[in-house]
Design a protein around this ligand. Structure first.
Ligand SMILES: Nc1ncnc2c1ncn2[C@@H]1O[C@H](COP(=O)(O)OP(=O)(O)O)[C@@H](O)[C@H]1O
Ligand SMILES: Cc1ncc(C[n+]2csc(CCOP(=O)(O)OP(=O)(O)O)c2C)c(N)n1
Ligand SMILES: [Mg+2]
Length: 302
């Protein structure tokens, strides 16, 4: 699609969202889909699906520091009860994130059983400052993430194995919380920022390549919940899996060490590495001071 998307607002389709400048007012636009079998299981709770559809879209707005202005929904009808539960989850999420439903489209699924899919467009606004991109990371910047990583992965694995799963992990998988407030707070101060939907390692590689630098990441510093550690472990393998499965919806950003100081200890952010001059590739991993080989798969891709 890159060849078609020549407009500067499209940011060469290399960013989390489009940034449309309308007479000086910046409008942030994003669209994400969720498909049965790919993003949610057939037996998933419809209210959870609706919540997550809102959350993943607002997460892209958060990554640009935008305030949500509204969403448009692409809805595929199913049976009445299922649709009512979806609508309740939708209402709950939109109320929680103070975002109006502005419109959309409704279609009836075909005769034959086909996977259901839902789309959402989210519209946001940014005032006053440069909208962060994935390409603004500079040599010497520190690399940070918000929150904890790998929680959705742990929940997915534990549920698949029909094992007990703590609520805090289940919520990360089914009810992710887009980092809107942190995104707005951080945006004027960051070098580059994006959300982590496809896994820290793959998304960091994308940021490093867009910024033409090398990111050195300390796997040992990647923030994990203690519930993650007690169910999945804490070794290189467990940490690599947390950093490469995806579905995290936390923010990855770079910032000058001097600018980072005022946020540290005040906000749920963790330093995980530094930006260096282009090296042997865009990404270097270490743990306990020793180099770690990159895994074969850095993240989730379609
Ligand atoms: N079918 C498409 N048509 C136009 N743009 C697309 C399409 N698919 C993805 N993009 C664009 O490519 C960029 C990266 O997409 P994606 O990896 O899905 O971003 P994100 O993970 O932040 O949602 C975004 O700018 C998105 O708008
Ligand atoms: C039933 C099920 N299978 C697999 C996964 C894992 N999974 C699905 S999508 C995804 C990552 C993000 O998906 P994508 O469509 O690439 O989101 P985007 O990057 O466009 O925001 C992951 C880890 C899941 N959450 N649920
Ligand atoms: Mg994104």
């Amino acid at each position: 699609m890159r060849g078609i998307a020549q407009h500067e607002a499209a940011r060469n389709l290399d960013d989390d969202a489009a940034v449309l400048d309308i007479m000086g007012q910046k409008i942030i636009l994003t669209h994400d889909m969720m498909v049965e079998g790919v993003h949610f299981a057939s037996h998933a709770n419809p209210a959870d699906i609706a919540w997550k559809l809102v959350a993943v879209n607002l997460s892209d707005l958060a990554s640009k520091g935008a305030r949500p202005m509204g969403v448009l929904l692409g809805f595929m009808l199913g049976d009445g009860q299922w649709d009512r539960e979806f609508a309740l989850g939708l209402k709950h999420a939109l109320t929680q994130f103070n975002t109006p439903l502005l419109g959309g489209d409704t279609v009836r699924a075909g005769e034959r059983e086909s996977p259901r899919s839902f789309g959402m467009t989210a519209i946001g606004m940014v005032d006053g400052y440069e909208v962060p991109s994935r390409s603004g990371a500079q040599i010497g910047d520190d690399i940070f993430v918000t929150g904890h990583l790998g929680s959705a992965y742990a929940a997915y694995i534990l549920q698949q194995a029909q094992k007990f799963c703590p609520d805090i992990l289940l919520d990360a998988l089914h009810r992710p919380n887009p980092q809107l407030k942190l995104g707005q707070l951080l945006a004027p101060h960051v070098g580059a920022m994006m959300d982590i939907s496809d896994g820290l390692l793959l998304d960091a590689q994308r940021m490093a390549m867009a910024s033409n630098i090398c990111m050195k990441i300390d796997l040992g510093a990647v923030p994990l919940l203690r519930e993650y550690i007690s169910h999945m472990g804490d070794d290189v393998d467990a940490r690599t899996r947390a950093a490469s499965w995806g579905d995290d919806y936390q923010l990855l950003f770079t910032i000058k060490p001097s600018a980072a100081v005022k946020f540290m200890g005040q906000r749920p952010i963790t330093k995980i590495g530094t930006c260096m001059a282009p090296h042997d590739g865009p990404l270097l991993l270490s743990m306990n001071g020793e180099a770690v080989q990159l895994p074969e798969k850095l993240g989730f891709s379609h």
